[in-house]
Design a protein around this ligand. Sequence first.
Ligand code: C2E
Ligand code: CA
Ligand code: CA
Length: 284
Amino acid sequence: MYEVKKSGRNACQFYTAAMQMESEHKHVLYNELVSAINNEQLMVYFQPVVDAVSGMIVSCEALVRWPRADGSWVAPDVFIPVAEERGLINRVDLLVLQRSLESIRQLNRQLDRPIGLSVNVSPKLLHLRDDDAQQWLRVLEGEHEVAITIEITERVLIDEVGNTSKVLEQIHAAGVNIAIDDFGTGYSGLSYFSRFPVSAVKIDRSFVRDLGQRATQTTLVETILLLARKLGIQVVAEGVETAEQASILRDNNCDFLQGYFISKPIPEKEFMALVMAQQDKNKA
Ligand code: C2E
Ligand code: CA
Ligand code: CA
């Protein structure tokens, strides 16, 4: 806008220039991402999910991390959309699934009570249009050791593009759980609960943040918990940052908690040490 005012040219020109800059930026990011994948620079971090009552770690969410050679990190919110637009996301999701499964398999062999693994899945992957997506499905179907949950957003169920619902049925039949991520942000009706095999919802961070501060948000969370209970669906609260939030959630029968209050996402070794330490403490 400032440029337009300064130059007196039309707005269309400025918009085009801005778009060009953005597209160049994305192109650079894309090329960098391709080489990060090829050079195995992408990492997986794990964030614990705990039982709301006992505090025991019952599962974890695998989150992709991209550390650059210069020591900076590219946030998933920045590169995941680029990967989705340019057809790289299936490679990323396959890689995260394979790596995280390997880590949790190894960890579970040392545990008395095995933990589960949640992975995020891009809607694009569920169309199963390329080799990476097909391979991803085969990995899921072939896994009999680790209890896996795939996290999808409400959008996937509302849009129902192509054969998504068939794929979800197939995944469910293979014993994989399906969780609705960012639950409550999709402006959706709730009818998909009767059409899809959903076993858990993850209450979005935006609702959890204002728990105890704003009456409306608190009522919304209480209502989601009540609804889930009636439907026989488990609830994970995301973005739990304070003891007060945790206690309100517990009082309202929320099943599981995830957030900085428990732990940030951490590297594999650190995560394994955390789980082992909790097991040892519990035995003592
Ligand atoms: P998400 O699936 O909703 O993941 C939760 C995000 O919230 C993570 O951000 C996590 O680090 C952050 N978080 C967890 N607890 C707290 C908390 O207490 N407070 C705050 N402020 N934040 C918290 P992250 O790792 O940056 O990931 C962002 C998004 O990128 C994810 O949102 C997910 O949609 C996407 N993503 C991450 N990894 C993958 C992946 O492997 N595949 C795909 N397709 N998407 C991924
Ligand atoms: Ca997630
Ligand atoms: Ca989420």
